[in-house]
Write a protein that binds this ligand. Structure first.
Ligand code: F6R
Length: 619
């Protein structure tokens, strides 16, 4: 997704903008650009380039950008194409015809065609194919009549349909930067003698830890020494900034070759951070689960159904959640991908518990599902990793995954910590509904407490997976199979491999193999079975024999230590001993590592897979 940065202050602005854009590279982009006030503060210089940031940097020489001697002011953007191909021309910033009004934008202007025709009929000439350009012309249109940039921006915002995070500069106002947001995320960083805007916190952390997460339809005007917040109607807003307490180093690679590998390795800590504050101990023994964020009221006891909605990896966490709620709390669960849920006129009931899961808290479809559920009167619980995100602000209750910033596009530690939150909810629900007796509940709590340590043990044995990846990275077809919890883990394992290795990979419930997919199996096929449920080992082993006899190479990721898969599998990755019903939090880790190593073997960049964006803030 697009990334926005903006700066007003005393430092030379160009390096600040480039530095900020680098911190947002993880969001995915295909072109980049900046706009800064020139030496005499009378003109705004724009430079843009298709491709990586280095191409933009090549275009920014001291000769072309002579910065102002006073206030330094500028905006920058990394673009992820929606309207119009990736090109220098379509890259942001976009300007009005004279170049006096400059805009960067993240989101989609849904009514841009109508606005464009209106402006064209008035003689405005458009240069790019983007929806964003219409914003610059529209601001100019209102500026001509109001001669007040703030009013012109507000007038424009009132006419935009769709989503936007915006940074706006105007030649006549060399002292300020205007920002606004609806749907797409935008933060304001409050520095000392400098203020910034950005799409995400890592871009401002070098300068400040105090930020405003702009609310829906909020506008900010930034000067060097202060920031004013307004509603889109121009009413002043006053509120306390949020203090970010995580470290910049947690958003840097710290010695690992890639963020993805670092984040896989951070899972033991992330799981501990997510679990520990929620466990109640008595005499050193875990006896209960509590969430500081909310009480388990009667609605949890009396609920008739749990409905879970999310996208991608977060959806797969929801599928594991379904098995967990049904097993521990004996409550029916429906899981749906948010993009389907929102359009199928879903049936929601008063006694439903509605859970949305979103790492970023900004996914457009998940947000739409959340709003739909709220409008239908359901109580919405959000599981998210991003404090201040739109999901966290709009849900009735929020449960944070304390995974720390996830920079690699492919989600790893956010997924396992989402699972941790879902397991905790399912266990607690099981207890309050009388499905889990005290002994059983405490036994499971003791087991869940050991999960981070088990995750650590897998990291220590990763060489075996690395070796297997080095032998298999050229396979043309890969299938993950599993049953029950493991079929959910298979979905996520297959997605991870597809995303970063670009190998064709699918997941099937093992029992479905015979109903069609086995027709694909031949000697170019790799089949990976996930097997953590002892009572199903035998059935799974016979599925593996079926594919092996048709030429497939086979691997099992299993808790089994008795050799159930020795005969049928070429390689067996044995997981550390753990309660099978909780094993989903660790059985995915070898699959994450396998995906990572295949990606590296194939010469890909696992942190920035092609065509993917970290945060999908458009439909
Ligand atoms: C895959 C991945 C995506 C996200 C999906 C939802 O590795 O990261 O499938 O899970 O785009 O994103 P969030 O969780 O931010 O709503």
């Amino acid at each position: 997704m697009c990334g926005i940065v903006g700066y007003v202050g005393n430092k030379e602005v160009t390096p600040v903008l480039i530095n900020g854009l680098k911190k947002l590279e993880y969001r995915g982009y295909d072109s980049a650009g900046i706009a800064v006030f020139g030496a005499d503060s009378k003109e705004i210089v724009v430079r843009k380039a298709k491709g990586a940031l280095k191409f933009l940097e090549e275009k920014i020489t001291k000769e072309v950008i002579k910065e102002s001697q006073g206030i330094h002011l500028g905006i920058g953007h990394t673009r992820w194409a929606t309207h119009g191909e990736p090109s220098d021309l379509n890259a942001h910033p976009h300007t009005n015809e004279s170049g006096s009004i400059v805009v960067v934008h993240n989101g989609i202007v849904e009514n841009y065609a109508k606005l464009k025709s209106y402006l064209q009929a008035k003689g405005v000439v458009f240069r790019s194919q983007t929806d964003t350009e219409v914003i610059a012309h529209l601001i100019n249109y209102f500026y001509e009549s109001t001669k007040d940039i703030f009013k012109a921006v507000l007038e424009t915002l009132h006419r935009l349909e769709g989503s936007y995070a915006l940074g706006v500069l105007c030649k006549d106002y060399p002292d300020r930067l205007i920002a606004a947001r609806k749907e797409s995320p935008l933060i304001v960083g409050l520095g000392n003698g400098e203020n910034l805007i950005a799409s995400d916190v890592p871009a401002v952390l070098e300068y400040t830890r105090d930020v405003y997460f702009l609310n829906q339809k909020e506008v900010a005007v930034l000067y060097t020494d202060h920031v004013d917040l307004f509603t889109e109607d121009g009413d002043k807003v006053v509120r306390e900034p949020y203090h970010v307490d995580w470290d910049l180093s947690s958003a840097e690679k710290g010695g690992y070759a890639h963020f993805m590998l670092k984040e896989i390795h951070e899972q033991p800590k992330a799981l501990t951070d997510t679990l520990r504050p929620r466990l109640v101990h008595e005499n050193g023994k875990a006896t209960d689960i509590k969430f500081d964020e909310f009480d388990f009221g009667d609605e949890w006891k009396n609920a008739e159904r749990v409905v879970i909605t999310a996208c991608g990896t977060a959806y797969h966490a929801g599928v594991v959640g379904k098995y967990a709620f049904e097993k521990f709390a004996r409550i029916p669960v429906e899981v749906d991908v948010a993009s389907e849920f929102r359009y199928r006129n879903p049936i929601l009931k008063k006694n439903d518990i509605f859970i949305v899961i979103s790492q970023s808290g900004e996914t457009a479809d998940t947000l739409a599902a959340l709003r739909l559920a709220k409008a239908a009167g359901a109580k919405v619980i959000a599981i998210t990793n991003c404090v201040g995100s739109t999901v966290s602000r709009e849900a009735d209750e929020v449960i944070y995954t304390w995974a720390g910033p996830e920079i690699a596009v492919a989600s790893t530690k956010a997924y396992t910590t989402q699972l941790m939150c879902l397991y905790l909810l399912a266990l607690k629900m099981g207890q309050i509904r009388g499905e889990l007796k005290k002994d059983e509940y405490e036994k499971l709590l003791a087991q869940i407490e050991m999960i981070p340590q088990k995750a650590q043990e897998i990291m220590e044995n990763q060489a075996e997976i690395q070796k297997f990846a080095s032998q298999q990275f050229n396979k043309s077809k890969i299938f993950y199979i599993g049953r029950q919890f493991d079929s959910a883990t298979s979905l996520e394992s297959a997605l991870k491999l597809k995303e970063v290795s670009y190998m064709h990979c699918e997941a099937f419930s093992a029992g479905e193999l015979k109903h069609g997919p086995i027709a694909l199996v031949d000697k170019d096929t790799l089949v990976i079975a996930i097997a953590t449920e002892p009572e199903l080992y035998e059935k799974l082993a016979s599925n593996i024999v079926e594919v092996k006899s048709r030429g497939a190479v086979t691997m099992a990721i299993t808790l089994d230590k008795q050799g159930a898969f020795k005969e049928s599998c070429n390689t067996v990755i044995t997981l550390p001993e753990c309660e099978p019903a909780l094993a989903s939090m660790i059985s995915v880790i070898p699959a994450q590592l396998f995906a990572y190593y295949c990606s590296v073997q194939r010469g890909n960049d696992p942190d920035k897979p092609r065509n993917l964006a970290k945060s999908v803030t458009v439909e």
